[in-house]
Design a binder for this molecule. Structure first.
Ligand code: DAH
Length: 360
């Protein structure tokens, strides 16, 4: 083969290599121009594919070694232009992504109201219980609590209600089948006993809590409800102290204009015993269904602690005297808020409960 022919052949071969390179680059350019990125993940994928350490730009650059010396300049220029093009396309794409995310921020309407967080409200029984507690706390009473599952002694016997005493029938009791001595307390008077047994005198307590009775549920009766028991034991406590304490309570609870009366009554654990009525809040004493046309509603039982009860708790009844009282919280709440049906308190109807918003 003559020399001229060889040179022509080599020239054609190198030209072919250059052509291939140019064709490759043109293809990549088209591919790049068509690439779309929506998210920053797409953008990163683009960067890795074209500009990464194992990316296309790097790999095409490595083809420089196959280019003949006299073509290297032109090829270098070509590859460099390609690299700049890819880099500037990457910049454009990344600017598009960040302006897109800025745009979505601008679309937030700051004038829209926030999500409403529904506020809870206190249960009316809870509101009134807290109010009762705070009134008595101002008179120096402190809060004492006891168990809802009681034994016969604390609920009955120590309160001067021995077995077979007819007064036990005043309260229909839930007994606990596993142990005939156990029951659900029928009143908070059991807490009196527990506190007196501790032997720390003088004693001035109020005992709020839930009590249970085997009653048919109706608008006026329930198988569980709440009471607050009060007890004051010291030397020379008199019935006058009891009346004064309860007058104060009633005026604080229902206002100055309320009228009060005491009626003699009977409780085995107090002697003498009384029940206290207040003038009807609904008809202001004129007579209505709530007060059964009498103008008065009974709100609590009270009396001087029976000496036997003091002795049952190891307290010297010659030295100490005391008064006690007990009231139903539901009754006070119904009068205060004019609620006509006791069942509303335990039905958890939000429409009822939302009406009580006191912060107390
Ligand atoms: N324990 C009584 C009841 O549940 C209420 C009561 C009346 C409590 C007179 C007392 C009291 O402390 O002295 O019906």
């Amino acid at each position: 083969m003559n020399q001229k022919l060889l040179l022509t052949f080599l020239f054609a071969y190198y030209l072919c290599r250059m052509d291939q390179l140019i064709a490759k680059i043109e293809n990549y350019k088209k591919e790049i121009a068509a690439s779309v990125v929506h998210t920053s993940d797409d953008l990163e994928a683009f960067r890795i594919k074209y500009l990464g350490t194992k990316g296309l730009v790097k790999s095409i650059m490595s083809e420089m070694k196959n280019v003949p010396a006299d073509q290297k300049k032109a090829a270098g220029q070509l590859l460099n232009d390609f690299k700049i093009l890819v880099e500037s396309h990457f910049e454009t794409l990344s600017a598009g992504i960040s302006s897109h995310s800025q745009k979505s921020i601008q679309f937030i309407d700051y004038t829209l109201p926030g999500d409403t967080i529904p506020l809870g409200s206190r249960h009316p029984i809870n509101i009134i219980q807290n109010k009762i507690i705070s009134i008595f706390q101002r008179l120096g009473f402190s809060v004492a609590e006891g168990p809802e599952i009681e034994d016969d002694w604390h609920n009955f016997s120590a309160l001067n209600l021995p077995e077979n005493h007819p007064a036990r029938d005043m309260q229909d009791t839930f007994y606990i089948s596993q142990n005939p001595d156990w029951l659900l307390r029928t009143h908070t008077s059991s807490v009196q006993i527990r506190e007196m047994e501790k032997g720390i005198l003088p004693l001035r307590i109020i005992c709020p809590g839930r009590v249970y009775r085997n009653e048919t549920i109706s608008a006026r009766a329930h198988c569980f409800f709440h009471q607050v028991e009060g007890l004051y034991i010291a030397e020379q406590v008199s019935f006058a102290d009891l009346k004064q304490t309860l007058y104060f309570f009633v005026k604080e609870m229902f206002g100055e204009d309320i009228k009060v009366r005491f009626r003699p009554s009977y409780f085995p654990f107090t002697e003498p015993s009384a029940e206290m009525d207040i003038s009807c809040l609904i008809c202001e004493g004129k007579g209505c269904n709530v007060c059964k046309k009498t103008g008065w509603v009974e709100i609590l039982g009270c009396g001087m602690v029976h000496p036997k009860v003091l002795e049952n708790c190891g307290i010297d009844s010659e030295k100490y005297t005391g008064f006690a009282f007990g009231m139903g919280i539901e009754r006070i709440t119904m009068l205060k808020y004019q609620v006509k049906d006791l069942r509303l308190f335990s039905e958890n109807d939000a429409r009822f409960l939302q009406q009580f918003t006191s912060a107390l």
